[in-house]
Design a protein around this ligand. Structure first.
Ligand code: HEM
Length: 526
């Protein structure tokens, strides 16, 4: 009697549950068949409407890389309403993003980053159109190899300021230092000089914290895991916390970088002689009506965002990693002492002779790169590749993490081993442009027509910061307080969390040499 009662009570629920399971399964099968019918590359099954969205965690690159092992160098996902192509093989990245760059070079219509925050302007966020071409041309005019040579003295001087700050904040190796502010100030001052012909005068300048806060906010609210709305457009109907944050941040961009442009415009209008800088050129374009005010503010915003956190984070990762590896420091220092000696600091002229340092820079970008899922490209036309259909308006992700942790190309990929690049004498740009994609060192700078515009600058800054830090100091981790190499902040880009190390001068002459160079270089930097 009890059993009969129980089955009667459970019966309707069981029926309902069975019906639901059948309905979901039918939708699932239908969904799968639709994908196969469309001829898309293979990929994991998702659920109707949401696709694979819920299968990605807060570190999507881990799952993306696991799927690459199963589905290969090109597979597809459905993230909400979007078709997403994941590229995890060098040849496929080159074939699509470089060779077919006319189709694969746009940017998706991001809601928060594009519509709300940057108004789809700025070099990095603008879709592939004439506006982007103009923005990219202007960026290249200051960031190309030739243009950058004019800024060599400034970047060199900032490299000296960097080690000088570490030396003195660390009381000549006595006191631990959190190097993050200094790592940010170096690229920030280079960018300020290139854009506005101006720099911050000390690590306590409020602009440094302000720029870092803007960068951190941007990095958090624009990350993929924060933006389900880019894949589920219906979410736009709901009040989203990040939209409020983005509007506030946009205002901050206008106040800060827009304010600096305004000051410059007033000075130009007052007839002041202004030395050549990117912002001066932008104001000319604004006056000639080739760019509007939002264009030039977002141009500066985009360049400042692209150029600070990325490079700062890479320098900081390397300092953090080196504090775990005294044996790697010794190898780099042996090379530095042989090539440079102990009576002067390394300069840009030594870069080609410091092969171990160069290998370390490549290895840190492989090992802890700021954009493990790349910055997505977007297709503008239908395409067919290796028999697969790639529809127009597909999101195309270069799975940088998957490329960088491929054991076949990088044995012991989860270890930091500069030796793997010792044979490679190319600089970042030469390697990115090499004909055989299997020979490319790493993929941190993306690929094709949207490839990073700041590779030369990033390389010079990273080289000067690290070669000088290792020439001058032993980087010593603190007992019981070693940095955590697996924790990071933000998403677009990622940076290491705060840590402290000691910068211990390697010999008695170091402080004198740095102080002397600093006295000479601060005039140059100013
Ligand atoms: C370690 C440092 C850096 C890394 C890892 C990095 C990485 C990247 C990546 C992944 C992209 C997107 C590429 C693509 O879509 O395929 C990019 C674009 C860009 N980067 Fe960098 N970047 C770094 C430093 C810099 C610096 C110092 C600047 C100087 C201003 C800069 C300026 C830009 C610009 C303007 C773009 C947009 C290019 C476009 O969409 O046309 N980056 N960067």
């Amino acid at each position: 009697r009890e059993v009969i009662d129980q089955s009667l009570a459970f019966g309707p629920w069981k029926c309902l549950a069975t019906a639901t399971v059948m309905w979901v399964s039918a939708l699932w099968v239908h969904h799968h068949h639709r994908r196969t019918r469309r001829g898309l590359p293979p990929g994991p099954l998702g659920i109707p409407y949401f696709g694979n969205l819920f299968q990605l965690s807060t570190q999507p690159e881990v799952q993306l890389t696991q799927w690459a092992k199963k589905y290969g160098g090109l597979y597809s996902l459905k993230l909400g309403a979007r078709d997403v192509m994941i590229l995890t093989h060098p040849k496929i990245v080159k074939d699509l993003c470089v060779t077919r760059g006319n189709i694969y070079s746009s940017r998706m219509d991001w809601y928060i980053m594009g519509d709300v925050l940057l108004e789809n302007r700025g070099v990095g966020a603008t879709p592939y159109n004439d506006k982007w071409r103009l923005h990219r041309k202007v960026a290249n005019s200051s960031l190309s190899l030739r243009a950058l040579n004019n800024f060599n003295p400034i970047v060199d001087a900032e490299g000296t300021v960097f080690v000088h700050s570490l030396l003195h904040e660390g009381a000549l190796g006595q006191t631990p230092v959190n190097p993050l502010l200094h790592c940010a100030r170096f690229p920030m001052n280079s960018m300020l000089s290139i854009i506005f012909g101006w720099r911050t005068s000390g690590a306590d300048d409020p602009l440094i914290r302000r720029a870092m806060a803007m960068g951190e906010d941007f990095s958090v609210i624009t990350g993929m895991t924060q933006n389900a709305v880019d894949f589920l457009p219906l979410l736009k109907l709901f009040p989203l916390e990040n939209v409020k944050r983005a509007r506030k941040l946009k205002q901050e961009f206008f106040d800060c970088w827009g304010g600096m442009l305004k000051d410059l415009e007033v000075r130009i209008d007052d007839g002041e002689e202004i030395k050549d800088c990117l912002a001066k050129g932008l104001i000319e374009l604004y006056k000639q009506k080739e760019m509007d005010w939002t264009d030039i503010v977002m141009f500066c915003t985009g360049i400042m965002l692209a150029g600070i956190e990325t490079t700062a984070g890479s320098i900081a990762w390397l300092l953090s990693i080196l504090s775990h590896h005294p044996e790697i420091q010794r190898k780099a220092q042996a090379e530095l002492d042989a090539v440079v000696g102990r009576d002067r600091m390394p300069t840009l002229a030594d870069m080609n002779d410091l092969q171990y340092i160069r290998a370390m820079l490549k290895e840190v970008l492989r090992f802890r790169n700021p954009f493990p899922q790349g910055i997505p490209h977007f297709t503008t036309e239908d395409d067919t590749y290796e028999g697969f259909h790639i529809p127009a308006k597909s999101v195309v992700m270069i799975n940088v993490h998957g490329l960088h942790f491929d054991e076949e190309r990088y044995p012991n990929a989860d270890q930091f081993q500069p030796e793997r690049f010792l044979h490679d004498r190319t600089n970042f740009t030469e390697s990115a442009n090499c004909a055989d994609p299997m020979q490319r060192d790493q993929w941190s700078f993306g690929a094709g027509r949207r490839i990073c515009a700041g590779m030369h600058l990033a390389e010079r800054e990273m080289y000067l910061a690290i070669s000088r830090a290792l020439w001058a100091f032993d980087i010593v981790g603190l007992e019981g307080e070693m940095s955590d190499l697996d924790k990071f902040e933000g998403e677009l880009p990622r940076s290491p969390v705060a840590f402290r190390v000691k910068f211990v001068p390697r010999d008695a002459k170091v402080a004198g040499i740095i102080d002397l160079a600093h006295a000479g270089s601060s005039a140059e930097a100013a």
